[in-house]
Design a binder for this molecule. Structure first.
Ligand SMILES: Cc1cc2nc3c(=O)[nH]c(=O)nc-3n(C[C@H](O)[C@H](O)[C@H](O)COP(=O)(O)O)c2cc1C
Length: 206
């Protein structure tokens, strides 16, 4: 029996913005009926007392992905909240445990997209995506950009996260800003467009 490509949405989200974007991405991918979607998070590395001081809410109720289990995914959408214009340590910790996958080439030629969140409008959404490319290149993964394929990406009437690199949101300095309808629409579109691209190039597994 043919099996649809398995798309893993893998994220880290401390305050829920990246997780919210992931819901829209999942919705967009699922409505195509072309792929199977699973949501995962990477492991937290901050100690409990630091999380308390940071007023972190409970973690999303989705499974933690062990690095070795990436091999079972056919394509990936990575949710990355910005830290100093870059990926957070929790994500780096995850990638730094993928040595066996690198040795075996388990991720070679698998597609990957990225979505992100920053505190401020110019806080590094594009650099967060761009710097992730180094890791993708070393794993010989195929980066799938979003391009300007959704009109909201050229709507300058309000602050809208996201870019040609992927969907995004702006959380605000205190994290109080929530994903807007226009940002959610971009994220849903990214899910849909990524699923179609994956299906175009990966097809069904027989
Ligand atoms: C240590 C640290 C560094 C951060 N660095 C940046 C930054 O460089 N630019 C920025 O706009 N926001 C920065 N932020 C804010 C986060 O990007 C923001 O909290 C995150 O996007 C919210 O996503 P989440 O709700 O999914 O955790 C930083 C936050 C922390 C805790």
């Amino acid at each position: 029996m043919a099996v649809r490509p398995q798309v893993y949405i893998v994220l880290y989200s401390l305050y829920g913005h990246v997780f919210n974007l992931a819901q829209s991405i999942k919705k967009g991918a699922e409505k195509t009926g072309l792929v199977d979607i699973k949501l995962f998070q990477v492991r937290e590395t901050l100690p409990a007392d630091v999380l308390t001081k940071m007023h972190a809410p409970p973690k999303p109720e989705i499974p933690v992905l062990e690095p070795k289990d990436m091999a079972a995914g056919d394509a990936f959408l990575f949710g990355v909240p910005t830290r100093y214009g870059n990926m957070p340590a929790q994500w780096k910790h995850f990638w730094d445990a993928t040595g066996q996958l690198w040795v075996s080439g388990a991720l070679n030629n698998k597609m990957a997209g990225v979505f992100f969140s920053t505190g401020s409008q110019h806080g590094g959404q594009e650099t967060t995506a761009f710097t992730l490319l180094t890791t993708l290149a070393h794993h010989a993964m195929i980066y799938v950009p979003l391009g300007y394929t959704h009109p909201n990406l050229q709507d300058n009437s309000e602050v809208i996260g996201g870019s040609a690199w992927g969907a995004g949101t702006v959380a605000g300095g205190d994290g109080s800003r929530q994903v807007t309808p226009k940002e959610a629409a971009i994220a849903e579109h990214q899910g849909e467009s990524f699923a179609k691209t994956v299906r175009q190039f990966v097809g069904e597994k027989l």
